[in-house]
Design a protein around this ligand. Structure first.
Ligand SMILES: C[S@@+](CC[C@H](N)C(=O)[O-])C[C@H]1O[C@@H](n2cnc3c(N)ncnc32)[C@H](O)[C@@H]1O
Length: 433
């Protein structure tokens, strides 16, 4: 194969390298003759033979797999899943690392992102989330891909190819009970397997299959200035709508977000990116009949369910909109049609009140973004809880909050996605003065 200009390495080349660091995204970092290699299936401190799998854009970096380990890290273990490894399933990145080692690597990523993007030195440990079996048997939602022969499996890393994984080791027992990979499928491109906390597991064919609602029960406790708080609630969620995939995650994040806020009766609370209203339901109980919760979510199906569920509370206003639209922010959009560049959609009237006492944000991976974070800070809340599934996005939004006169009061990180590089953070901010 012709070598891309400026690249010393080509796909298929094998080189011996020292793995010196761990990158956000789950790869070991190595160097070879001035080029950076992102090496999957490697651990920092190891010496490996890396086989190049892809040349990155502009040949500035290459992707590779560790195919031989010459000097192993003390954290290396035999992967519990036989489908994890070079060229195999793309689902897990860290099956070859002990659970303690995985958590240490993820803590390092959180620290590095906060230092690099927010200029903060943070001390953070990645805490376990109750409900898995040593990092296995936890994933309550799995999207299986279906190949042209009707076999369901999981996708190869950075590929559409379907690997015929017979049994996903991180899937919850309820997902396994559906035996998706043992059946032959005609028609769907994918099958969503969902094991809710209440009721039977369901398999939804995508596209075209009927999408039922499932029930997710959350029971959480945390402490407040007035003593322990208990919260228990059943949520109706579309089987294809958003819900945390680790069985202990929703209760853990709820307690971690609400405990430091110590929400008082009569306060106004904002729940941004509210989904079916996990935080809104608990905030509604805390602010009571004299308080108010305003919850914003772009997915109308989720808002409908939250509206039905929380109508009786009488103190929750749901806003079905993007958060930037709800704040009346101008939105940058790509113009439609040929030759159109980026356009700026004018600001609209805000759909949220100008002031809030406390704000919970739980945005998607991209984060809330600077404009939304500035709008949150402009409400001058006495406390902000930020639930983040991407530490880089959290660090960028932290930088914005710091510039708006807030400081990071606490930061916790949770192992809600064991065996993968993903980590969830819950950060708590208060005004600087
Ligand atoms: C990480 S989920 C959190 C949901 C909820 N807080 C929970 O814990 O179940 C992020 C949510 O943000 C919604 N979302 C994504 N982009 C949005 C936007 N720009 N404005 C409002 N909601 C958005 C998604 O539909 C999803 O429900």
């Amino acid at each position: 194969m012709a070598r891309p200009e400026g690249s010393g390495l080509a796909v298929g080349d094998e080189v011996d390298v020292e793995v010196t660091a761990f990158a956000h995204g789950g790869h070991g970092v190595a160097r070879h003759e001035g080029q950076v290699l992102f090496v999957r299936h490697a651990v920092p401190g190891e010496r490996v033979t890396a086989r190049v799998t892809e040349i990155g854009s502009g040949a500035r970096f290459v992707r590779a797999d560790a195919v031989v380990v010459h000097v192993a890290s003390p954290d290396r273990v035999k992967p519990p899943c036989p489908w994890a490894g070079p060229g195999a399933c793309g689902g897990c990145d860290l099956q070859h690392v002990s659970l303690g080692g995985q958590r240490a690597l993820k803590a390092g990523v959180v620290r590095e992102q906060m230092a690099r993007l927010a200029g903060l030195e943070v001390d953070v440990e990645v805490e376990p989330v109750p409900g898995d079996a040593g990092g296995l048997d936890w994933r309550t939602r799995v999207e299986f891909a279906v190949d042209a022969e009707g076999r369901a499996g999981l996708r190869r890393f950075r590929s559409h190819e379907v690997v015929p994984v017979d049994h996903c080791r991180i899937a919850a027992p309820g997902v396994d009970s559906l035996r998706v990979t043992e059946r032959s499928w005609t028609g769907p491109d994918a099958v969503d397997a969902v094991a809710p906390s209440v009721g039977e597991p369901v398999a939804v064919e995508v596209p075209g299959g009927a999408v039922p609602d499932v029930v997710e029960r959350v029971a959480a406790t945390w402490s407040s200035a007035d003593g322990p708080v208990s919260f228990e609630h059943d949520f109706a969620v579309s089987a294809r709508g958003f819900w945390q995939v680790h069985p202990g995650a929703a209760a853990t994040f709820l307690a971690a977000a609400l405990e430091p806020l110590d929400v008082r009766p009569g306060e106004r609370a904002l729940d941004l990116y509210c989904g079916v209203g996990l935080f809104a339901a608990a905030l509604s109980e805390r602010v009571g009949p004299t308080g108010q919760v305003v919850a914003v979510e772009a997915d109308r199906a989720a808002v409908e369910r939250a509206e039905r569920d929380l109508a009786a509370a009488g103190n929750v206003a749901l806003v079905a909109a993007r958060v930037d639209d709800a704040f009346g922010l101008p939105r940058e959009e790509r113009g439609r049609g040929r030759g159109r560049g980026r356009t700026r959609r004018p600001a609209r009237s805000p759909l949220v009140p100008p002031r809030a006492d406390v704000v919970v944000l739980d945005p998607p991976r991209t984060g809330a973004g600077a404009a939304v974070v500035r709008a949150v800070a402009a409400m001058r809340p006495r406390a902000v809880a930020y639930v983040a599934c991407d530490p880089a996005a959290l660090a960028r939004d932290t930088a914005t909050l710091l510039a708006q006169g807030y400081r990071l009061k606490s930061l916790r990180a949770f192992d809600a996605f064991p065996m993968t590089h993903h980590v969830e953070c819950v950060a708590h901010f208060v005004p600087d003065a």
